[in-house]
Design a protein. Sequence first.
Length: 199
Amino acid sequence: MAMVEAQSMGVTGSIRSRLVPLVGATFVAFGLLACAPASSLPPGVSPEPMPQGGEWQGVYQGPYHIYLRITQAGGHAQGTWRAMGGREGELWGDVDGNILKFNWAEHDIQSKGTWSGRGYFVYRVKEPGDVPEIRGEWGLGMSETDGSWYAVKKPGVSLDAAEKSLADTDSSGPGDDSSGANVCMGAACGGDDRELNEQ
């Protein structure tokens, strides 16, 4: 009996010694995936200096974002948003001039559905005195691009007042299709609703 017990413990120990490294490697792989770098930039998009007087920090609004708050500390930025259809999300990433490359996560308040991915924004001012805008693309999961994002800066809205000031207003921005036929711009959408060739 003692010999069977000893053999049994030897087999268990052998399985355990093989299983522990395998489980550890699995956790490391998932950890690396969660820390994947933000999206790479497509051809033709490269960092440039910020427009004079421009800054990432502020409140933005577009066809998808009821409001998007972006804060910046050094070369890093983070943001939170509330979107059409009862969705909320956050982004975090690195700033290089007029480019913000980020990872993002979004959840549906009612259905509890969640999405995540990566993307980028390009900050620009078309003409001096125009309201700044951000345009970019988002990718779901590890995808580089599944759709486009667009929003305009709301210079008169403070970070603290974003939700109160914008939650009940029309979320369309300049050049938007306000017909309602094509307003989806987030992770739960099935494609682009705005072309980026206006850049």
